[in-house]
Design a protein around this ligand. Sequence first.
Ligand code: HEM
Length: 322
Amino acid sequence: MEISQELHDRLELLNAKYKAIGQDLLSYLDGLLYADVTTYWDYIELDTLLSLQKPKTKFPDEVVFIVYHQITELYFKLALQEFKALGELKQPTKTIFIDRVTRINRYFEALIKSFSIMVDGMDREEFLKFRMSLLPASGFQSAQYRQIEMYSTDFINLVARDERSMFNVDSSIEDMYPQIYWRHGATEIETGNKTLTLTQFEEKYEQSFITLGMHCKTRNLWQVYLKLSDSDKADDEVTQVLRTNDLNVNVYWPLAHYKSAVRYLARKDADVTATGGTNWQKYLPPKFQKRIFYPNLWSDEEIEQWGKGWVENQISEILKGA
Ligand code: HEM
């Protein structure tokens, strides 16, 4: 066989690469010789992937429920990959900022559009039965969802609204963490008792959340935005991707999600209790939660109207059939 110039150059490069780390190129070429070629099923770990759905009941729709949660977590993983990369940039540029935040927006838009798989794609009677076998688990315990929040905004914007005036942007994460909005949502106001869902969630993740909160102090998306030049910060396209991000994560996804809670748990007479035990009708709607990642980009009027309007129509439509 004739060794072309191209092949020769490639071997030279490989030789230099392995020499630099004290390795012998020939041994690695032997490795190539004996290695099997990659197949699709091995590469994407198909068998493992398809073995990860372990329903607790025999109801087929429980598989829909599990798979859709897993799909969501995978999109969350992709979003986090972008947040992390953005957070490490010393000097972000407008182009990379727009490009990467648009990726995150795309992931959330895929989730928002596909949420009908939950809202319309399961039999209600089956759902009400199989959900009892997964108590007290709840999507509330999605750690990646909480990580996305911390990677998005200054921690103070995650503090429950009624408690926020006690803090400022420089307050310590340890001080603010106990007042984070979702702990409030899962704590009984009269007794101060935490729901079991919250207790278990914190047993597993509390320390890592506090550590991540500190890590994100200088790396959250708002802080990345502040590192842009003044002209880039004022650029319409830049502010628009952030506003879209805020709406996707804090209005449209929560509304699509809330629609599924209404569809399965709401009753004209008495609503069904949630597996996580929150007062979900008061806790979930964005107009009550008013979680806003980038408040500086919205007018007082827009903040006042947060999550209102569209939701009432959607929800009353579902309730007609409940
Ligand atoms: C039929 C489908 C669903 C229903 C009925 C439902 C219901 C609920 C309810 C009632 C809560 C409030 C906490 C509690 O008391 O349990 C909640 C929270 C939550 N769920 Fe779901 N859920 C559904 C699907 C999903 C899916 C597919 C995900 C994706 C991971 C998800 C993620 C979450 C998250 C992240 C929270 C916390 C929201 C927050 O703190 O603002 N849920 N869900």
